[in-house]
Write a protein that binds this ligand. Structure first.
Ligand code: ZN
Length: 260
């Protein structure tokens, strides 16, 4: 059962310096943490929450392919190769408070089953400012906020969002996967939705996968089904629904919920 939440046009940030919460408009910069004086700055009209290496997590090929212009092409190629088994995400987005981590440059090429503007409040974060500037331009609605932030230290208080989306992004994020999943679980109130890859545990399939991923995808980490489940249980999340597709079952679409 999905409960509705009241509409709010403000974002409650968690200060990346002192972890205190402060309220700010999602659209404008200049918001300030009252505890430590951290002030939100802007790059290309995008609020910057903390400082980090924008290109970390993208190895050579991935960096070339995540180029602004080849991104839509790559997105189509992937859709063709991986035969997506769509899960209808609309019920998890409409009238809810939603966070999308690694939102990328556009919602137009993603073949998604939802419109971000249907959310009560939708926050997209990414590490790459040109992506954020473009997605902001394409989605000017006031219930949408886009900010530069790091996935391993999300600038939001605990249980801030009804739905948290991580769509084909986690394998590109360096760092401890237990910590990353723990951070996503921390800000999730109801549902954590992960679309990602599953590394086979069998020798031949594993070799083919590694070759393909190294040359086409360029992510930094691909977990096996067992490793995914280990991460989820340590993060206190359980799988509500899983949908696998692809010749090796290598594409997974999962909906998770907090165990307690
Ligand atoms: Zn602070």
């Amino acid at each position: 059962m999905i409960e509705s939440t009241e509409i709010s046009k403000q974002v409650i940030w968690r200060c990346p310096v002192c972890n205190c919460s402060f309220i700010g408009s999602g659209i404008n910069a200049g918001n300030r943490c009252t505890a430590c004086d951290f002030t939100v700055t802007q790059k290309s009209g995008i609020p910057v929450m903390g400082s980090f290496d924008e290109t970390s997590g993208q190895t050579g090929m991935s960096r070339i392919l995540s180029d602004f212009f080849s991104y839509p092409l790559l997105s189509h190629l992937r859709t063709f190769l991986e035969q997506p088994a769509q899960i209808d995400l609309k019920p998890y987005i409409a009238r809810r408070q939603v966070l999308d981590v690694g939102c990328g440059p556009s919602y137009r090429q993603k073949h998604l089953s939802f419109e971000p503007s249907e959310a009560a409040e939708f926050v997209g974060i990414d590490s790459f400012i040109p992506f954020l500037a473009n997605v902001r331009k394409e989605n000017p609605e006031t219930n949408l906020t886009f900010a530069q932030a790091s996935l391993d230290k999300l600038p939001f208080p605990d249980r801030s969002f009804d739905t948290v989306l991580a769509l084909f992004v986690l394998h590109h994020v360096p760092g401890n996967p237990f910590k990353l999943l723990g951070e996503l679980a921390r800000v999730t109130r109801s549902h954590l939705i992960i679309f990602d890859h599953v590394r086979s545990e069998r020798g031949l399939a594993r070799c083919v996968q590694d070759l393909y991923w190294r040359n086409v995808d360029g992510g930094c980490r691909y977990l096996t089904s067992r490793q995914w489940r280990d991460c989820f249980s340590r993060a206190g999340m359980s799988i509500l629904l899983e949908n696998r597709s692809g010749p090796f079952g290598q594409v997974t679409r999962m909906i998770l919920k907090p165990m307690s």
